[in-house]
Structures are given as C-alpha cells and as structure tokens.
Design a protein around this ligand. Structure first.
Ligand code: PBG
Length: 328
C-alpha cells in the first residue's frame, strides 16, 4: 500500500492533529476531591501532596469560587475529623451537624449549582482506620452496611447530590439505594467505587485524612479483605455488574493508571458512566518527579488524563483538575 497510504499525513500540523483527535479533555470531565478540616482560617498543604490543601469551612468558599470560575462543576468531599470524635462504629458520621454535613451545606450556599458528591466510608471516623466496623479482628460486612446507609441518608439530607461509597462492603449499594428510596431521596445518585483495589497508591490520601489502618494488635493492617486484589480482572467486571444491579448510577475504577485495562473491560461491558479515580499516589509520584526535574509536569499530566479518557472513562476524579483546566 505504501506510498499511497501514509499515516503521517494526518499528523502534519497541530490543527490537523486536533481535527482527527479521538479523545478530548474538558473541565466537564472532572471531579475535584476536597479535604475539609475542623478549625478556622485553615488552608494547610498536605505534605505528601504538594500544592494540595485541607480547608476549614470558612476558607472553603474562596476555593469553591475559583473552581467554579475555572469551569469545574463537581466536588467530592472528604473530611478529617479529630481523634476524639472517632470510635469503632463511625458514630460521628451520622451527626447531622458534623463536619461533612456542614461542608455539604457550605458548598450549596456558595455555589448552588455545583454537583456535590460525598465520600461514604467509615475510615475517617474509625479509631482503627478501617472502612467498616471491626469485631474480633474482622470488618463486619452487614453491620457496616447499616451505618453506611444511614451515613448516605445523612449526606442526602444535608443536600448531597450524589453519595459515593468507597468502602467495598458487599451489598452496600443495595442497602443505600433502598434507604434513600424509603426516605424519598429518589433523585440522590450513587457513584459506586465498584472496582476499588487494595492499592499502595493511597498512602498520601491516608496522610491527608489521618485515616491509615491503625497499628493495633489483632486489627488488620491492610484492607485486603474488602478491597480487590490487584491481580484480578474478571472480578472487577463481576463487582461492577453487581453494583449496577443494586442501583449504582455511576461506577468507578480506582486507582487510575495501573488499571486502565479494567476501565476498557468495563467500557465494553456496562452502559453507565465510568469514572476513574486518579489517586493521591499517582499525584504525588508526578509532583515528586517534576520537582526533581525528571519529568515535564504539564505534559505528563495531560498525557495521563488523556489516557484515562481514551481507556473509556468519561469522568475523572483528580487532584490535577485545576492544573489541567488552566492549561486547556
Ligand atoms: C477511603 C478512601 C480512600 C481513598 C478514597 N476513599 C483510601 C483508602 O481506601 O484507604 C483514596 C483516595 C486517594 O488515594 O486519592 N474509603
């Protein structure tokens, strides 16, 4: 066929390359994770996540307005609660006046049209840093689900648009959907962390929220009895199909880059939007390499989010969201 067919013809200029580009990135694609802390006047950088901050409720509006101005329309809220509010059952998670519930209202007061997603899991509230209730050294599935459903309801009550269970208990989507329906929250959506792996890439996030599994005798040191084994692929499809059946509106693969084969598998298997969480370790890795001058930060960042979309995700939760849209 050569020389009639030359693939390089369509790569000659930037305009041509853009014309035939199969993947585009826009502000609409992003979820911005936000870390909220107690206190006043707080905007503190997370040591293992350069240029990423925890905000107190009073410093949050400035950040929210900047996001809105940049065209970012969706936030995912996480809270860091003080040690004295933690227990084994996540009691504080249900406090109608808790930090999360106040943060949801703060976002809605500041930017009423911002999509508010909330993390539903017990780890920031757990003395053991686990996503569920512990008994006899095990995370107890069904008792945890009951709390998760109440937690989701509490977020919906405070004004959350979408609740995002990140815990990986079996059946929690069903429990959450059922309770939301019973209580009349028919339009509150569920974004399920459906294929969430037991990954070492979550380290900086656990620093940010002080939520790492505790080093306590007879308490599991990792989350491998509920999060998925990185070796598994078929299981991700099974997990995700079950979550959709139970009522998930959006499904998620987490982490991102190491798991793009899973994203493509799901793209071919499901008909709901697929989100990817480009997690804290992925963020930290690039920041560190760029700081050393070993990688071009912006080019690598754009390449990474493009790859995530190309794999089949239509939504990206990313700490790079602001950096990316500033470049578009
Ligand atoms: C906890 C939760 C984690 C993340 C999101 N929700 C950590 C974990 O499972 O231990 C990780 C996000 C990140 O690393 O950026 N339920």
């Amino acid at each position: 066929m050569y020389p009639l067919k030359r693939n390089r013809r369509l790569r000659t200029t930037q305009a041509l390359r853009s014309l035939v580009s199969e993947t585009t990135i826009s502000a609409n694609d992003f979820i911005v994770p936000l870390f909220i802390v107690e206190g006043k006047g707080v905007k503190e950088e997370i040591p293992s996540m350069p240029n990423y901050y925890r905000y107190s409720l009073d410093t949050l509006p400035t950040e929210l307005k900047e996001l809105w101005t940049l065209g970012l329309r969706c936030v995912l809220l996480f809270v860091k609660v003080s040690e004295d509010l933690k227990d084994n059952n996540g009691t504080e998670a249900l406090n109608p006046n808790g930090l999360m519930q106040q943060a949801i209202k703060k976002v809605k007061d500041t930017c009423p049209d911002m999509v508010v997603m909330t993390d539903v899991a017990l780890d920031p509230y757990s003395i053991y840093g686990h996503d569920g209730i512990i008994s006899e050294g095990r995370v107890i599935n069904d008792d945890t689900n009951a709390v998760l459903a109440e937690m989701a309801l509490s977020h919906a009550n405070a004004g959350a648009d979408i609740v995002a269970p990140s815990d990986m208990m079996d059946g929690r989507i069903f429990e959450i959907r059922s309770l939301l329906e019973d209580e009349g929250f028919h339009d509150t959506g569920i974004m399920s962390y459906s294929a969430k792996y037991a990954s070492a890439f979550y380290g900086p996030f656990r620093d940010a929220l002080d939520s790492a599994p505790a080093d306590v005798k007879d308490i599991p040191k990792d989350k491998k009895t509920y999060q998925m084994d990185p070796a598994n692929r078929e299981e991700a499809i099974k997990e995700t199909l079950m979550d959709i059946e139970e009522g998930a509106d959006i499904v998620m693969v987490k982490p991102g880059l190491c798991y793009l084969d899973i994203v493509r598998d799901l793209k071919n298997a499901v008909q709901v939007p697929i989100a990817v969480y480009q997690v804290s370790g992925e963020y930290a890795m690039l920041k560190a390499a760029a700081e050393k001058g070993w990688l071009d930060h912006d080019q690598v960042m754009l390449e990474q989010v493009t790859a995530i979309k190309r794999a089949g995700a239509s939504i990206i939760a990313s700490y790079f969201a602001k950096d990316v849209v500033k470049l578009l």
